[in-house]
Design a protein around this ligand. Sequence first.
Ligand code: SAH
Ligand code: SF4
Length: 412
Amino acid sequence: MAHTLDLSVKSSVVTQAVAPLVNITGLTRAGLIEALTESGVVEPRKAKMRATQIWRWVHHYGFTDFDLMTDIAKDQRALLKEKFSLARPEIVERQISQDGTRKYLIRMAPGIEVESVYIPSVGRAGALCVSSQVGCTLNCSFCHTGTQKLVRNLTTAEIVAQVQVARDDLGEWPSPKEDRQLSNIVFMGMGEPLYNLDQVADAIDIISDGEGIAISRRRITVSTSGVVPELEALGNRTQAMLAISLHATNDELRDVLVPLNKKYPIEQLMAGIRAYPGLSNARRVTFEYVMLKGVNDTPAEARALIRLLKGIPAKINLIPFNPWPGSDYLCSDWRTIEAFAAILNKAGYASPIRTPRGRDILAACGQLKSESEKKRASVVRREQRDEAASNRDTGAAEGGLPFAYLTGDMLD
Ligand code: SAH
Ligand code: SF4
């Protein structure tokens, strides 16, 4: 008997799409009020008050369970659970170095893994180096790249979660008023923060809120390879401290080291920095300068650097290059670095030489390599191809996690 399929009969089964839970971690205060109202969970007239209560439980106390929110009625908590989540991402690996450096490999989603590094005795007490993207579109020739291309931008929730995970591990909830272990945040992990400015700016709003994690904006530093058109917006929106990955004093060399320089050459970059909102002697720009043997480390270049920075309230961080397998560069000799630093010091610049931290757990610059790099190639890239394509502007760059070397005196 032949079977025929009657396509005129519509299926009586209606599949209802289940909306994913919204993670409260990634909502700014205004965003939280809006989300509470729009979800229908809270009446508009109560939304502000409810948001303040939830905010403190989440960002001051670090709670991940609605049922611990004792000033919110049980039925209201049940409604919240239906629409929202407080889940942390999974820590795939946690390592502690002999020098106290802690490295976390965090799985944000299947195939989306980032590393954050907590470095004690940096800044006021200790700094957390966070990532803003998985991979990077920019192809700086000295940055440990290896295999990773831009997978995708991190969301606000994923950026804030890096801070939450570190504070969970350090046992730093509720937010202490004094004697903090985690006092500073540096966006010096993976990715170019100014190519993900919306999410980075929202994350900074959340992290710096005085009723929550409360890390002041002047203890948050954003490092950029020089996305000039976004500098003003970064300053206006975040009031964060600015760090510039300079690495060369002339366009010819910087074009090679930081290819973005071809788009925004040094003169444009310096003009953008001079116009950075809030720049003053109390809020100086940090210039990062990686020391590459025989490439950018002569006394003449140190003097050129001084000329270039004239009139800009600045500090200079000399970063000993951290070699990676297959890299074309070598780190300058220690004596060369010291001679370079002495010239800068004489001109009045504090120019600390960053010392490698967490070497025994491979947490220093260019030493990190997340699992997502290894499995990225086929699965992740296919999944994320469209998104990556919309973000890519200089072609596929190689990745690698370029966490910087940090010293105690590099941050205030
Ligand atoms: N993309 C941003 C922020 C992340 S990189 C930027 O480029 O500024 C953080 C710092 O580490 C940058 O100054 C970068 O130039 C530096 N860096 C990258 N790879 C390095 C390596 N192998 N050795 C030393 N410093 C490195
Ligand atoms: Fe350049 Fe590496 Fe920073 Fe990307 S993360 S901009 S490749 S230094």
